[in-house]
Design a protein around this ligand. Structure first.
Ligand code: GLN
Length: 439
């Protein structure tokens, strides 16, 4: 199929269905023109035929990149982020900008200044966040792949709730140049798609060292290994506590009934229980760091350069983090919070490194509970909302890679299974994910 026809099909679907899903904030007006040019090209890139939606905190030249905030309401990006340059170079097509929680803060998609995103896989429920529109756009069939960003779970959490695949790459695998940061020491841009194959291809295109982001590193080609090449894999099943009873056993059960289980048996895959001792401190460790880094990043939104002064135009959660971040950084002369949190981050990172000496991957549910009904989030205590990231945040603290793949449905609502691997082990992680896919 020509990408022109595909883009047209997606555009029609967006026109018909986006009003009730609210996944896309802005459509690329030139998309059909761009598609036509791609169809006419003699030599086509690796992403020819792929149509992308992009989270609204990643700069796409000429598109409104507003972080779903009134603060940047009409901000049009003057340049392409590195990931966008790379996608365009390989002939990927961008159809539009996706909804999100304001400035990538939240866990449900309910913090967008432009309205909540409805979950296409379970209408009336939240999509999860903060890449709410990205996951919903894939689940609704508005695009092939969407880019999200993940600071504490924001690619994996909505992928899990919407029944699609989402990745947080290892810290430094993908350039953050052109991403409007939420917390720069955790943020990674990651793809969300319907299957592991598409994720592997896109990740291989967008990865790599970038002079404009000094935290990036070069890595080997990301590809999927055949089961035989993978050999014997030792899988650690993480001991976790879940909010919704049933979620943890559901994920374990789904492993047992995975359609490839007889192949895994033949290859000698082993399943062992595993514990990460200080994982219960992950949420308490993440937030002081996130608040402080977010707060300092927002000082440039003072109303002189970009749009409005942030404190004047932002929503409740953004304001909470600015006020909280200001307090934490004030107290920091005594090394009270940020410094202590960094120490625990290091401890958790070491515990994961140690765990990966013994197992190839660690598996858990992606989220400790099912998505809640739209509107319920506003009635929850902020601690309860923050606790929804308890299983995704550890990977950000440890700087490792993690993926969420669909594990099946509980009460007709998708449940995601998370697979974590060591830093830079994306190929292994994706190959393992492929073995469990559509189990
Ligand atoms: N829910 C977490 C937060 O609000 C993570 C968000 C994200 O990954 N961008 O900070």
């Amino acid at each position: 199929m020509k990408v022109y026809d595909k883009a047209k099909k997606y555009l029609d679907k967006i026109k018909k269905e986006n009003a009730k899903i609210n996944a896309i904030l802005h459509v690329n007006e030139n998309v059909l023109l761009e598609a036509k040019k791609l169809d006419e090209k003699k030599e086509k890139g690796r992403l020819y035929g792929y149509v992308f939606a992009v989270k609204s905190n990643i700069n796409v030249k000429g598109m409104i990149t507003n972080c779903a905030s009134r603060v940047l309401e009409n901000y049009t990006a003057p340049y392409d982020a590195t990931v966008i340059e790379k996608i365009r170079k390989e002939d990927g097509l961008i159809i539009g900008m996706a909804n999100m929680d304001e400035f990538a803060l939240g866990s449900s998609g309910e913090n967008s200044a432009f309205g909540v995103t409805n979950n296409p896989a379970a209408m009336g429920y939240v999509t999860g966040g903060t890449s709410s529109g990205s996951a919903a756009a894939v689940a609704a069939g508005f695009c092939d792949v969407a880019l999200g960003s993940d600071t504490g779970g924001s690619c994996r959490n909505p992928a899990s709730h919407c029944g699609v695949v989402g990745v947080k790459p290892s810290y430094g695998l993908v350039s953050r140049y052109g991403l409007i940061d939420s917390a720069m020491s955790f943020d990674q841009i990651g793809p969300i798609a319907k299957n592991v194959d598409d994720i592997a291809l896109v990740l291989d295109v967008i990865k790599g060292k970038d002079e404009r982001d000094t935290t990036t590193f070069e890595s080997n080609k990301i590809d999927l290994k055949k089961p035989k090449e993978l050999g014997k894999i030792k899988v650690g099943i993480l001991k976790v506590k879940c909010v919704n009873p049933g979620v943890e056993t559901f994920v374990e059960e789904s492993l047992r009934y995975c359609k490839n289980i007889s192949i895994l048996d033949k290859l000698g895959w082993e399943f062992v229980p595993i514990e990460i001792k200080h994982i219960d401190l992950a949420v308490e460790t993440y937030y002081p760091i996130q608040y402080s880094e977010f707060y300092s990043g927002t000082r440039r939104f003072d109303g002189r350069r970009y749009g409005k002064k942030i404190e004047d135009a932002c929503g409740e959660e953004v304001l909470r983090r600015i006020l909280g971040g200001a307090e934490i950084t004030k107290a920091e002369f005594a090394g009270q919070y940020y410094e202590k949190a960094l120490k625990v981050k290091e401890l958790i990172k070491k515990e994961f490194e140690k765990a990966f000496e013994n197992v190839d991957c660690i598996i858990s549910p992606t989220c400790p509970g099912l998505p809640w009904k739209i509107g319920e989030g506003k009635k929850m205590k902020i601690e309860e909302v923050y606790a929804y990231d308890s299983l995704t945040i550890p990977a950000n603290l440890a700087e490792i890679c993690a993926i969420s793949i669909p594990a099946g449905k509980l009460d007709k609502i998708p449940v995601g299974m998370q697979i974590m691997c060591g830093k830079g082990q994306e190929s292994k992680m994706l190959s393992i994910a492929k073995m469990f896919e559509s189990n």
